[in-house]
Ligand binder design. Structure first.
Ligand SMILES: CC(C)(COP(=O)(O)OP(=O)(O)OC[C@H]1O[C@@H](n2cnc3c(N)ncnc32)[C@H](O)[C@@H]1OP(=O)(O)O)[C@@H](O)C(=O)NCCC(=O)NCCS
Length: 128
């Protein structure tokens, strides 16, 4: 395992919100935001486990504020808990607003990943 500590925040993804991923109201589609969070969590989990991982659950997901086209979306990942085969990662999404460059938190959630072998059977990763 790497020496990533519990609770330590890591900037994992920084990306501009593009118009192709909007909802019918013109703001960013929630599913796109969740996919960025899933990717961010998976990157941190994979760095720690050094194994192939799959997402097993997502909870505590809250969309606090909308994301607008052109905002810079920033995903912070923090290791919350390690298990035998699973790993829990908290994701906070911030944006740097295109309009005024102010950074604010827009979404948060908790993602659980499981280390798996090629047959998708959970495997321990502590020896990684
Ligand atoms: C993830 C998967 C391999 C787990 O299989 P499983 O038979 O439930 O595994 P187990 O019961 O042995 O549990 C394995 C670990 O997952 C955890 N887990 C299982 N279900 C969970 C849930 N709903 N929420 C949180 N953790 C869960 C267990 O606590 C255990 O953790 P630990 O080893 O650290 O104690 C299986 O459910 C699966 O393949 N799901 C589909 C994954 C997927 O396609 N994701 C989307 C794309 S990445």
């Amino acid at each position: 395992m790497t020496n990533i500590k519990i609770g330590e925040k890591h900037l994992v993804i920084k990306v501009v919100a593009m118009p192709r991923d909007t909802n019918p109201s013109g703001d960013m589609f929630g599913g796109w935001i969740v996919s960025q969070m899933d990717l961010a969590g998976a990157l941190l989990a994979r760095q720690i486990t050094k194994k192939r991982i799959v997402t097993v659950s997502i909870d505590n997901l809250v969309f606090h504020k909308p994301v607008h086209v052109g905002d810079c979306v920033i995903c912070y990942a923090a290791l919350e808990k390690t298990g035998r085969t699973s790993i829990t990662v908290r994701i906070d999404v911030h944006v740097e607003r295109r309009s005024n460059f102010v950074e604010e938190k827009v979404t948060e959630g908790r993602f659980v990943f499981v280390a798996v072998d090629p047959d998708n059977t959970p495997i321990p990763y502590a020896d990684a």
